[in-house]
Design a protein around this ligand. Structure first.
Ligand code: SAH
Ligand code: SF4
Ligand code: F3S
Length: 470
């Protein structure tokens, strides 16, 4: 059954302190944010998070459809959860399994055919209706599907007067924009997340204030196309991401502002100038390019060339000389020749990335590229990926090496894995490990970097300098 309408039923799940929910999250940061919101929606009903599915009355899988592997993982996990559900039933305990996120959106009813023991299928735009869906399943004993793209923003259903559960950390995510109208020919996101849509400025500022009051010092603004942000401002005009960044920078205890993921086409001058003018806007930008070949970029429907990208990088570096760049790459896109791949390597050498993610092209059902001629054999993709990843990892090491011997401001965020160790984050998003006690968590301190590890830095509190550089 597809639940088309927002039902008016009252929930059958009355508040009880003993209820338990376990949420598993795959995919991008927005799914991390959404998982926390699902917990927020369930909290008034008495559902508290538990660490294992074996303990949980409700198990939620928040899924990702971006590549074949990500989607298939969901089905193997569901097989395991089916056994847990049966074992709990044998002990007289009820378990509901909900599949949320992009696989749910893409598969819909098909998901119930493949995994009939699933109780709830809900999309990224409908999780605020989770309580009603639970009621529905409890009343009817039948599975329910709710994958509409509602016209109202899901955010408006969320409790506004409540501090979000994720907010007790010095770092926090804040979704400001969702969906995508770009339709890159390889990508499922426009189909799973729907059309581009921005939250109003006032709702974002309100949430940012609440997060900061609860201890957040480093906020990452999220959106599938975050720099296409165009939300209604308090003056009635549409505000850009740059305008929003200036407004957020006025929150005194908010020390750091980031945003991800950006598209080169929307990297407008005002935003570049915000990097020049706002010290709180961190000198790190994730700006995916996907390929260095104009032929492939055109086939991907990216709407920019390699030179457009290089010009943006140059303007960014002029505006904020210490800005570090990160990117995404796809190798083996249909029709990619050795020459195209060489162009990607050339672009990587020209830019010099601090961090990068690279993937083998994965054909996704319903996307134009999946039907395109010239699909690249798996072994060619493997070889290209290895070559690219080696270069990108070398660049990452070279970037991190330059910090050894320097003192940098680190926001200390959590305990490390080792006893007495604290982990923090540099302005350039590097994890930094130091020895220190818990009272440091939440503070930004100068750290003298002593070594570079594989993906992080090691250092000591710089006791000589008590104040941070302005
Ligand atoms: N909105 C962001 C990121 C979307 S998904 C953007 O536009 O950049 C994150 C990354 O997954 C993409 O940047 C791309 O590199 C990769 N990706 C998306 N679809 C893919 C596919 N079909 N095969 C392999 N990688 C893919
Ligand atoms: Fe996907 Fe392209 Fe949209 Fe990014 S811009 S989400 S890669 S369609
Ligand atoms: Fe995956 Fe959906 Fe994010 S497909 S990358 S969870 S938008």
């Amino acid at each position: 059954m597809i639940l088309q309408q927002k039902t008016q039923q009252k929930t059958a799940f009355s508040p009880s302190p003993k209820r338990s929910v376990h949420v598993m999250t795959w995919g991008c940061q927005m799914n991390v944010y959404d998982s926390a919101r699902m917990q927020d929606v369930l909290q008034p009903l008495g559902f508290a998070p538990v660490n294992t599915p074996e303990e949980a009355e409700i198990i939620i899988l928040n899924t990702c459809h971006i590549r074949d592997k990500a989607a298939e993982k969901v089905f193997s996990e569901l097989g395991r959860l089916r056994l847990i559900k049966e074992a709990r039933k044998a002990h007289g305990q009820q378990t509901l399994i909900a599949v949320a996120g992009c696989v749910a959106q893409a598969e819909g009813e098909e998901l119930l055919t493949r995994a009939p023991y699933v109780d709830i299928v809900l999309g990224p735009q409908t999780y605020h209706r989770l309580p009603e869906l639970l009621t529905h399943v409890a009343r009817t004993g039948k599975p329910v599907i709710d994958i509409d793209f509602p016209t109202e923003q899901k955010f408006d259903f969320l409790p506004h007067n409540k501090t979000p559960q994720t907010s007790h950390s010095p770092t926090a995510f804040l979704t400001i924009q969702e969906g995508c109208d770009k339709f890159c020919s390889f990508c499922v996101v426009p189909y799973t997340r729907g059309a581009e849509c921005s939250r109003p400025v006032s709702a974002i500022l309100e949430e940012a204030h609440r997060l900061v009051e609860a201890g957040a010092r480093d906020i990452s603004l999220l959106g599938q196309n975050v720099n296409a942000y165009h939300g209604t401002g308090p003056d009635g005009n549409l505000w850009s991401l740059a305008q929003l960044a200036y407004a957020l920078a006025d929150i005194p205890d908010l020390l750091r502002i980031r945003y991800t993921t950006s598209h080169p086409r929307d990297m407008h001058n005002a935003l570049i100038m915000a990097h020049r003018d706002l010290p709180k806007l961190m000198p790190f930008l994730h700006l995916p390019i996907q390929s260095g070949s104009d032929r492939i970029l055109r086939a991907m429907n990216r709407g920019h060339t390699a030179n457009d990208y290089l010009a943006i990088v140059q303007r960014l570096r002029e505006a904020r000389p210490d800005i570090a760049l990160s990117s995404d790459f796809i190798v083996g896109y249909p029709g990619e020749t050795e020459q195209d791949f060489e162009a990607t390597l050339h672009l990587v050498q020209q830019v010099g990335f601090a961090l990068a993610y690279s993937f083998k092209y994965s054909p996704r059902p319903g996307t134009p590229a999946a039907e395109a001629d010239g699909q690249v054999p798996e072994d060619v993709k493997n070889t290209r990926l290895q070559i690219l990843q080696k270069i990108l990892h070398d660049q990452q090491n070279a970037f991190n090496d330059q910090f050894v011997g320097r003192s940098i401001p680190v926001l200390l965020t959590s305990r490390g894995r080792k006893q007495g160790q604290i982990v923090g984050r540099s302005p350039w998003l590097q994890p930094v490990h130091i020895n220190g006690s818990d009272h440091l968590i939440g503070q930004e301190r100068l750290v003298h970097i002593t070594a570079r590890l594989s993906h992080s830095l090691l250092g000591n509190l710089d006791e000589n300098k008590t104040s941070l550089p302005q």
